[in-house]
Structure formats: C-alpha cells, structure tokens
Write a new protein. Structure first.
Length: 302
C-alpha cells in the first residue's frame, strides 16, 4: 500500500512539472515598443525631442537597426505565438512591412558590410541558434557560420570578421572569420551589446566583471588586448556609439551621454518619462546621428 501511494505521488508531481513547463513555454514574450527620437546637436550638446511610438501594440517589438542611411529601421517582431520575424519600418512613410517569412524565428537583424544583405540570428527547427544571411528583402537564406553556436548577438567588424556573443556558462565573446568558419574566444562574462567603435576599428563590449561591476571595454583585434573605457550605468548594458565617438546609454526613462574626450562620467541629456517612456533597453542610432531608436515599455496612461 505504501509503495502504491509513493507511485501515485510521483505521478502527480510529474504531471505538475509537465503542466508548469507547458505554461512556461506558452508565456508570451515581454511587451515592448520601439520609439523614435529626433536628436539635435547644438554647440556640442545633444537635445532629444519627444519620443514617438512607432509600433504601439501589445506584443514584442525589439532589436531596432537603422538601414538606408537612417530612412528605415529593421526590427524583430513576434506577432503570432512565439514566431519571430524581421520587419522593416519606413521612417519617412510611416509604413511597416514584413521582411522574413519562414517557419523558423529570426532575431537581431543587422545590415551586412556593403549593404547587400542582412545577417540574423536564426532559431532553427531543432532550436539551434546560428548566424544566417538574407537579401535585404528577406530572400535567399544562407548559413554564415556552420559550426559556431549557439549565437545570441553579433556585430560586423569588416567584410570577413564578426564579433559574436555566444551563449554558454559563461557567455563568451568570440571573434570569427567567415572565410574559415573558425572562431576564438576573446573574453568571458560579456553583455549583449557589441559595437565597432567609430573611426577606431576596435570592438567595444560590456564586461560583467562582477554582479555590480559592469565595464564597457574596447578590444584591439590584433593584440586581443581589452582596455576599460567606463563603467556602465547601474544595471544597464545596452548602448550606442555616435559617429563623433561618444556613447549614449539609458537608465530607466533617462538618456545619458559620455564623451571620452571631455567627460569624466555620464552626463544626462534627456528625461523621457513625461512622454510615458520607461524601462529603456536597446538603442540604435542613425548614421547621421539625427535619430535614435529605443526599446521601452509605454505607460498606458499616456
């Protein structure tokens, strides 16, 4: 009788575990929107105009990336279940169109060097995450790196060199050569924001040294030496470089700027809370630095 009770308990616990796992897998992704902010530079200072919500719907709209000299934005959108596709927003026309139409999910759209295609992180049928390329209109998918996985985020350093955030314990920064398909680890415990520093040819990334010590560093690809630049704002890991060599980062509803040539610390440039913007994460800046795209949640009262 005792054995029978134990078996019943085990079956019950197993059933609860299955139900919990199913519920977790069916949970929708966080609801986020993409806002567009006009930037005006006056006398070395940057002023941000009132942000405009360009997605304004319940659902996941994220990972903006400017193309066409800032006239359009590629972004990731989840619109049916857990299916993620790449969409294109035309800034001047105010229209949105779907770019990828696949059975798989695509994330992190990035314009490839030369502007002839876009690279994406693709979650394949067996959940493998690898880097793929599409035409600018979403056709002709082709694998870029066959053996490097699971890729989370990426940035192009030149036509043949990629910086990759590769998931693992710990997460690693890997530098890959698309000609050979090989990658080597350059750092561990990194953040997701990878960028080519303007005019320098070096890579910048966030090194999560400790739980409360996150530092933006730059990596010399030749020597593989990493040099600290500045500590991030508390709890923030997303940032962008402006064409003139400054960094913009966000915390909560506020935007900050750091110019390595003249600033010792972060300088606040805008508070977007009056517009109902909160929890800013990912950022993207147009090539002329006149537009900033940011991901945040919108205050329903606004």
């Amino acid at each position: 009788m005792e054995l029978k009770k134990r078996i019943q308990i085990i079956i019950c616990l197993a059933s609860l575990l299955v139900l919990a796992t199913t519920a977790l897998s069916q949970n929708p992704p966080p609801s986020t929107d993409i806002f567009l902010v006009d930037l005006v530079s006056t006398g070395g200072a940057i002023k941000a105009a009132r942000p405009r919500n360009k997605t304004a719907r319940a659902g996941y709209d994220n990972q903006p990336h400017f193309i066409d000299d800032g006239r359009a934005i590629l972004f990731t959108s989840i619109r049916k279940g857990n299916q993620a596709d790449i969409y294109r927003y035309d800034v001047e026309r105010g229209s949105t169109e779907r770019v990828t139409r696949t059975a798989e999910s695509e994330y992190s759209p990035t314009l490839m060097p030369g502007g002839k295609g876009i690279s994406v992180v693709r979650v394949e049928a067996d959940s493998t995450q690898r880097l793929w390329r599409f035409t600018i209109r979403g056709g002709e998918p082709a694998l870029i790196l066959e053996n490097v996985k699971p890729v989370g985020y990426h940035a192009w350093m030149d036509e043949d060199t990629l910086a990759l955030f590769v998931l693992g314990r710990p997460n690693t920064l890997q530098i890959a050569d698309t000609r050979t398909g090989k990658a080597e680890v350059a750092a561990e415990n990194i953040g997701r924001s990878l960028h080519r520093r303007p005019g320098a040819g070096r890579l910048s990334f966030v090194h999560k040294v400790a739980e409360e010590e996150w530092v933006i560093k730059e990596l010399d690809l030749g020597t593989r030496k990493a040099t600290p630049l500045i500590r991030t704002l508390a709890g923030s890991e997303d940032y962008v470089w402006t064409p003139d060599g400054a960094i913009i980062m966000a915390s909560g509803s506020k935007l900050y700027r750091w110019d390595p040539q003249k600033d010792k610390d972060w300088q606040e440039i805008a508070d977007l809370s009056p517009a109902g913007v909160k929890g800013i994460t990912r950022l993207a800046i147009s090539p002329r630095a006149d537009r900033l795209a940011l991901v945040a949640t919108a205050d329903s009262k606004q």
